[in-house]
Design a binder for this molecule. Structure first.
Ligand SMILES: C[S@@+](CC[C@H](N)C(=O)[O-])C[C@H]1O[C@@H](n2cnc3c(N)ncnc32)[C@H](O)[C@@H]1O
Length: 291
């Protein structure tokens, strides 16, 4: 597959997937997104005080979330020992992302890591043991689970729920939860009610990633953070966000055998929504003045 880089507003590049009909990152900035919604949201600067950290990058793509994490960790603590797994369906994505223009935002050390992972799918050196598992994340998560890997941080970054529902189901989150340590944090850019209710049903406590600056009325968060136990770093959901979880939009995606097609998962949810008596999402939007 040939991937054509697209410039984002912070000067870093992303790809666009014709198959999923979506860009890999926010057009506001691929690099900025990796830092704000993943490295910062999972508190890596604080966690890097410890000598060892375990990271799980679900939907590795160009490797930007891994790259931002390593930059943050080794700036705070250059000798922190990192163990990392990346899960990615399509090996041509990381391979095409090791072109000079795409690597340019990162330090030489991190550029070398991304290049080794894209080329050999493994990178073992002082302070790092990293592996990229190529395949459907619904299957490769089982490998990590069998190895009893307990992550301090999970970056959860599939295409959006409507385009890639198979990675936002209650059952996949349950599998991912078994790979998160008791004090670990999972972060995702999604603020959707279906995603948040799936996380809750899978056993997560959740918090919001608040917007810092002035924002449009229809915007309410940068994403969601999850933990397996009450964690003081979780930012409570606003009243508006909590009420969103009682609407039809909060009916989660389900995939009982972790094997269904996107179409089947979408149809199963649509059916559940049709028979639901929950408040309609349009009435919630109207109540909160969301266009
Ligand atoms: C939004 S992009 C991820 C961007 C990435 N985190 C980065 O920093 O470049 C979604 C990625 O998920 C991958 N993907 C799609 N379906 C998948 C699946 N079932 N299992 C694993 N990866 C999948 C795509 O190939 C794509 O690289």
């Amino acid at each position: 597959m040939l991937w054509i880089p697209q410039l984002t507003q912070d000067g870093s590049y992303t790809f666009f997937s014709e198959e999923f009909g979506e860009a890999f990152h926010s057009h506001q900035g691929a690099k900025a997104e990796a830092f704000e919604k993943f490295a910062e949201a999972t508190r890596l600067a604080q966690k890097a005080q410890s000598n060892r950290l375990k990271l799980l990058d679900v939907c590795y793509g160009l490797g930007y979330n891994t790259a931002a994490a390593l930059e943050v960790i080794w700036t705070v603590n250059p000798t922190c020992q990192v163990e990392l797994y990346g899960l990615e369906l399509d090996a041509t994505v990381p391979k095409s992302a090791v072109a000079p223009a795409l690597l340019q935002p990162w330090s030489a050390t991190v550029q070398n890591v991304l290049t080794a992972l894209a080329t050999h799918h493994v990178c073992v050196r002082s302070h790092l043991e990293a592996r990229l598992l190529i395949g459907d994340a619904r299957q490769s998560i089982q490998t990590i689970r069998q190895r009893k890997f307990q992550a301090d941080a999970i970056f959860f970054d599939p295409f959006s729920p409507r385009r890639c529902p198979q990675l936002w189901t209650v059952e996949f989150f349950q599998a991912v939860a078994t790979c998160l340590g008791s004090t670990g944090l999972l972060s995702t850019y999604s603020r959707s009610a279906a995603v948040r209710s799936a996380l809750i049903e899978a056993g997560f406590q959740i918090g919001t990633i608040p917007l810092e600056r002035s924002h449009l009325r229809h915007d309410w968060a940068h994403g969601t953070v999850g933990a397996l136990s009450q964690n003081s770093s979780l930012q409570p959901l606003s009243q508006m966000e909590q009420e969103h979880l009682h609407t039809c939009a909060a009916i989660p995606y389900r995939d009982p055998t972790l094997n269904d097609s996107a179409e089947k998962i979408l149809e199963r949810r649509a059916q559940e929504q049709r028979s639901s008596t929950a408040e309609s999402t349009s009435s919630w939007r109207k109540r909160w003045g969301i266009a």
